[in-house]
Every structure is written in structure tokens, then in C-alpha cells.
Ligand binder design. Structure first.
Ligand code: SAM
Length: 257
């Protein structure tokens, strides 16, 4: 494994700091009957720390060389399963019916689309523990009024509870990334969301942060409709709570049904 040259195009920054690896494993604390889904196991830093404690671990790795080494390394381990694929293209519904716990030190370039891809299957996901660029973790967990509050915060907050657990400095990886990272825990909520309508509302709302609601959402809702939702048309989108966005999206969804 030591001979593998980190590939930039797959966002390969491997965790090498034993303390951080242990901290992540203890935050997850899998039990012997749980099924873990690891995205991007790489050189197995987290895999090794988690595998002894769970019932099953399915790992999805895109890099052919790393996949071959992982297969060899865990050949005798019945609890380990490898899917050599792009995690964005895996249909997680095919992994059986058991509830899943998701873990990943994700390549930063695919972290947001992957979180959304996984949130679509969230009904069977117990929780996610994911390493993200710190700014992205902060945007996911941001509350109304915060300057990083936006589309990502609203969508994530409606689909899951988001808790930033701790930060991870660049020196914990090889090679060190240019940015600081954070471990975030997402615990999915049991709600059906009108994703398409929500996306339309959020795109319109946050396309220009300084616009008033009336201007930003004028193409989708009349001033009377906004007022019927108890919203002052002079407010700015960043002042609306996730639930207020959901109420608007539900109205839009029902109008187009
Ligand atoms: N988990 C390891 C660790 O903590 O040291 C590796 C982390 S590294 C930041 C990201 C890993 O994800 C790499 O192994 C990379 O090859 C893999 N990867 C990148 N894009 C992927 C994708 N679309 N699907 C699955 N794995 C991917």
C-alpha cells in the first residue's frame, strides 16, 4: 500500500494521524450487528479501525489500483465487501434492506453531490459521519441569518440533523490538503420532501442574496401568496427558516401536481 502515489483527480489525501482515526472511529462506534457503508476507503485507514467492530462493511472505491489492494488485503475477512465503482453512480437500494451507517473521508470535489445522492436513500440510513472541507461542513450546518446560510443549509437541514463534531488539520493527511477539514454527523429525518419544488424555490431565493423575497421569488409566488405564508415580502431569503422554505415548496409542489 505504501507505494501508491496519491492521485489528485480522485481527491486522494490519506488519513495518517492515528489519534484522528481513533477519534472518528469512536464517534461512530459501530455495533456488532450494524452494516457500514464506507465511501472511498483508500488505503483503509478508517476501514481497519471500524471493521473489527461492525457486522458488515461495504466499501465503494473508484481507484482500480487501490481496489485491487483492498480486495487482497481483506480477502480473508468475510465481513468486508468491496464495490469498485464511482459512488455517485451506485444505487444504494441494491445493498439489501438492512439499515446502513455511512462513513467517508470524501474527495472534496464530489462531497456535495454525494451527500445529496445519499440523502435520497436516507430512509434506510441511520447516520452519516463524513469528513468535509470545513467551509462546506459549516454551510451544511448554518442557521438562518448566518452569512454562510444558503441552499445547502436549507436542504440538508430539512433532510437531516447536522452536527459538526470536530476539526481536522491538514497535517493529519498525506499529502496535506490546502484546506481545513471537519467531521460532520448527519442524522436523517423521517420526512418526505418535495425535492424538485424545493430546489426551484431555493435556486430562486438564493440566486441573489441581497434581493427581497418579493423580488427573488416573484416569478414563483405573488406578494399575496407570500403574505398568506406569514412572510413579509420585504424580508431577505436568508431570514427564512428551513420550515418556511418547505412550506413554500409544498405550495409550489401542490400547484404543479
Ligand atoms: N478513506 C481514506 C482515508 O481516510 O485515508 C481515503 C480518503 S481520500 C480523501 C478519498 C478516497 O475516495 C480515495 O481513496 C479516492 O480514490 C476515493 N474516491 C474518489 N472519488 C470517488 C468516487 N467518485 N467514488 C468512490 N470513491 C472515490
Amino acid at each position: 500500500m505504501d507505494k501508491h502515489r496519491p492521485r489528485k483527480r480522485f481527491g486522494q489525501n490519506f488519513l495518517t494521524d492515528r489519534n484522528i482515526i481513533e477519534r472518528i472511529a469512536s464517534a461512530i462506534r459501530p455495533s456488532a450487528d450494524q452494516h457500514l457503508l464506507e465511501i472511498g476507503p483508500g488505503q483503509a485507514a478508517l476501514t481497519e479501525a471500524l471493521l473489527p467492530y461492525c457486522g458488515k462493511l461495504t466499501a465503494v472505491e473508484i481507484d482500480r489500483d487501490l481496489a485491487a489492494t483492498l480486495r487482497q488485503r481483506f480477502a480473508a475477512e468475510a465481513r468486508f465487501e468491496l464495490i469498485e465503482a464511482d459512488a455517485l453512480k451506485v444505487d444504494f437500494a441494491t445493498l439489501g434492506d438492512a439499515p446502513l451507517r455511512v462513513v467517508g473521508n470524501l474527495p472534496y470535489n464530489i462531497s456535495t453531490p454525494l451527500v445529496f445522492h445519499l440523502l435520497q436513500s436516507r430512509a434506510r440510513i441511520i447516520d452519516f459521519h463524513i469528513m468535509l472541507q470545513r467551509e462546506v461542513a459549516e454551510r451544511m450546518a448554518a442557521r438562518p441569518g448566518n452569512k454562510t446560510y444558503g441552499r445547502l443549509s436549507v436542504a440538508v437541514s430539512l433532510a437531516a440533523r447536522a452536527d459538526i463534531l470536530f476539526d481536522v488539520p491538514p497535517g493529519a493527511f498525506f499529502p496535506p490538503p490546502k484546506v481545513r477539514s471537519s467531521i460532520i454527523r448527519l442524522t436523517p429525518r423521517d420526512v418526505d420532501l418535495p425535492w424538485r419544488a424545493l430546489d426551484r424555490v431555493l435556486q430562486a431565493a438564493f440566486s441573489a442574496r441581497r434581493k427581497t423575497l418579493r423580488n427573488a421569488l416573484g416569478k414563483l409566488f405573488s406578494a399575496e401568496q407570500l403574505q398568506a405564508h406569514g412572510l413579509d415580502p420585504q424580508l431577505r431569503p436568508e431570514n427564512l427558516s428551513p420550515d418556511q422554505f418547505l412550506a413554500l415548496a409544498t405550495t409550489l409542489h401542490q400547484a404543479s401536481a
